[in-house]
Design a protein around this ligand. Sequence first.
Ligand code: IVH
Length: 709
Amino acid sequence: MNEQEAKIRIEQLREDIRENSRRYYVDNAPSISDYEFDQLMHELERLEAEFPQFDSPDSPTHRVGSDLDAPMGANAESGARQGFVQRPHRYPMLSLSNTYSVGEIEEFAARADKSLDGIPFSYSCELKFDGTAICLTYRNGRLVQALTRGDGIQGDDVTENVRRIAGIPQQLKGDFPPEFEIRGEILMPYAAFDALNREREAQEEPPFANPRNAASGSLKLVDPEEVAHRGLICTLYHIPAESVTFDSHSQALDAAASWGLPVSEDRRICHDISEIKAYIDHWDQARKFLPYATDGIVIKINELACQRALGYTAKSPRWAVAYKFKAEQACTELLSIDYQVGRTGAVTPVANLAPVQLSGTLVKRATLNNADQMALLDIRVGDWVFVEKGGEIIPKITGIDPAHRTEGAVPPVFPEVCPDCGTPLVKAEAEAKWFCPNQDGCPMQIKGRLLHFVSRKAMDILAGEMTVEQFFTAGLARTPADLYDISKYQLLSLEGWQERSAQRFLDSLDASKQVPFERVLFALGIRYVGETTAKGVARHFGGIDALIAATREQLLEVGDVGDVIAGSIFDFLHDPVQLEQIARLRAAGLRFDGAGQDAAVSDVLAGKTVVISGNFSISRERMKDLIVAHGGKAGSSVSGATAFLLAGTKPGPEKLKKCEKLGIPVISEEEFRAMLPETADSGSSPEGEKNLPRSAAETSAGIEELTLF
Ligand code: IVH
């Protein structure tokens, strides 16, 4: 690689790493696996070492990924608090250097040996817990502060939430120092994670991708009482040497355990590399039986004097290293391959698998990404394939077992024409995917765009896959703007529709006219413009007119918008077909301006935390928006801090019981709406009934192209 190529690649890697770091730490919704992320980081480290002229203190290789609440509050979980108080860490909260190779652990040991020049030392080997880091401060034995890692220099103050986590003592016992810090991990055990995701799916909320994201999202909830119900646990593994006077790390942790703090018992002192290897081998298997997630082993020099002598780099201690396990895999038979056409026309091969258990879930389908990936894997129907979960909920096929190949099995043929409309597929040079170019005529694309438009994170209109199918077949809707022209009479002529369901659909259309511009922009389905980008762009320009008038260069001024996204937005907004759509949607009353000025509609609920339960005339998400728009906070579990329970049809019996016990008022949707000043959004109060069914594709976070479940 020459200097110019290295410079370009380094820039690209830094951008990729920053974007993925934000998805991981801030959104709690990673889109690549930890392994893939670590590979990007390692490639960048290698290139910066080889081309030091391009190294920079700003590079992600020298900085700790930040979980600090983003100013835009881009957190995957609704109800997650925006704007925790940030406080400085007394000692920087660093990361660990990591490797997937035992050889590099040997190199770590050799380096330590050399630097310590004959001073005897041992290793403390521990599990690497896969949760979210926490730093606790105890003063006179009382828990006084809990901070997240944040950017390593300052963290979010989550003390009140941490007080609700089982096993973290408020008061220590025994002979503790007057003041000290102790660090560790907040974890969500698999059982609590499964229960939470089942509940979220039942409530039409997007499930968490993994227990780590769930733990991190839960730690930043609005209501500490709700945190108490999330089943979080804590394990502590590090006391900064500066804050205590022990000889070794293991002594410090043993002492912490004696003060009543939760410390893992699965630590071992190892004396050489063969003992470390035995520890790794044992836990690589045994971890599958632990009730919580671990992603590796941490090897620390145990003697604190040696730790001090070795010191730190800007990002991690020189006295510790993490050995990471590869993601869990399952092996199963490939039964067939489907080719799905997404709303952008991209054709994605999807594998149908013999059902197999993987990290706690039953996997039946997996993505094969694109034709190149299929060729690379040299896959055949009937093969036994390895399935892995990456950062996303959708599993992927990472390899095949050549020993299992059926004789005579032939490679699958990627279709040359669209499996839905028969149009010959095309492929742009820079793209890995084949596309159906029949944007305006391909039924899958048309229905995909409608589904995206009505989805919960976009316009939140009560229509699912079946409804969109019905509208399309009956010729009632091909574009989002058509939805606003549908009459009650037309709805009632469709099979299965009755007065009440028709009215509820029309009410949800009406309510969508209050959806803020940033979500309308997301709903338009501009390629590469996800929720976060839409938010940034909407707030930057304030409204559609300024956005349409923007040059490509002006679009590039928005954080996170690069050439590709700017080009996509620009082209979309200069396409006469799209401009006509926008004009029709605008005429229908949708919000195309006012981004960033979403002041509360009223303050009648100021200072009140309202818990909602059951089903309403609008979706739960919109109901929460309504509470916030009127100055309130939306909590989801009842506590002494709850102002009232807003109960729809079929409210949760547990919540009702708790209200009765605590004397908290329960009010109906009708009573609630009567409390609100008359506005466009609070006026209608149709009879409540169960929400229309929605598909998983609509409710899942950010899965735009595939309907895998
Ligand atoms: S020690 C100065 N020990 O892994 C660094 N960290 O990927 C002290 N982690 O930031 C950290 N298990 O959040 C340590 N047994 C363990 C750990 C552990 C998990 C986390 C920690 C760290 C991250 C690095």
